[in-house]
Design a protein around this ligand. Sequence first.
Ligand code: SF4
Ligand code: SF4
Ligand code: FES
Length: 347
Amino acid sequence: MPQQKFRISRYDPVQDRAYEEEFDVEVTPGQTVLDALNLIKWEQDGTLSLRMSCRHAICGSCAIKVNGQSMLACQTQVTVAQERADADGVVSIGAMGSQTVIKDLVVDVTKFMNQFERAQTWLQPPEGQEPPQREYRQSKDSFDHWSHASSCIHCGACYSDCTVAEIDAKYLGPAALAKAYRFVMDDRDSQRDERLAMLSKSGGIWDCTRCYMCVQACPKDVLPMDAIMELRTEAIKAGKTSNHGTRHSRAFAGGVKKRGRLDEASLPVLSAGIRPGAIPELLAYTPGAIRLLRSRKLFAAAKRHGASKEGRREIKRIFDEVEDQKHHSDMDAVAFETLHQEALKAH
Ligand code: SF4
Ligand code: SF4
Ligand code: FES
């Protein structure tokens, strides 16, 4: 039978030692990465630590990194892992990212789980309402809107691969935000407005960089990034616009529509807003602005990438078309138009 070499990142907490170890496993048809890891544990090294329970992509406990990408070990065929193996043909296995490793492939999930509590991901019916005799009923429309977000199995694969969670522990992360979206869209919940206000703050929906990693990693098609983008639209429609993220997107879109290019010189000022509280935020931009000025990138980029008159007309046409589509697709066209008008005025 063919053999496959696995390179496993290990961690020994007793000696505080991180190291890599290689194991050969006989590959059999239908074998999953979890099967292979169990064979290593049962037949070669009983000290290898990993988490698993259901072996059917239900419990979410076996998420690990396979060739650098987070996924469920029990849902990943060895043959699929082989296609993404390192250049030397070795399949690399490691613990999930953005969480502290306890031992080998086992991480401390406390930080990840705490994000759900911070995002208050539980139903909050109107206060004082008598609980119903049976369940709280919901409409089909409401359920259809968020049902994909309720498929989350809390495996943490999205959080592990999220480029923002990696550098910012305050960020709620894709899974908690997708779950928050599920309650914002639930017509039985009474806290929609409060939730949108809370999610619009630092660490929430506006910190996502739209890198798409969470969508790629999710084994249950929860589509966390799409949920975050929809939360942004809902937040703007609900008037939660006094924040850096909204100002930034307005300035970004307004600049492109007006000049045909991203205006990096005015973007920080417009994102921070013309207000007394903006001074610390603007000061934080200063070192980066000095670096750009010194390297002459700021104005050179403007010269190089400025659109021609004809190009600007085309960009405006695209904006008009998108806004028109939004009008006809039952979105809040008034809020959308106001947003762009304000952005245009700001320039
Ligand atoms: S799209 Fe947003 S939430 Fe998803 S991984 Fe990227 S930064 Fe994180
Ligand atoms: S959103 Fe997907 S990847 Fe993230 S925890 Fe839930 S099931 Fe796992
Ligand atoms: S063991 Fe339960 S999801 Fe993999």
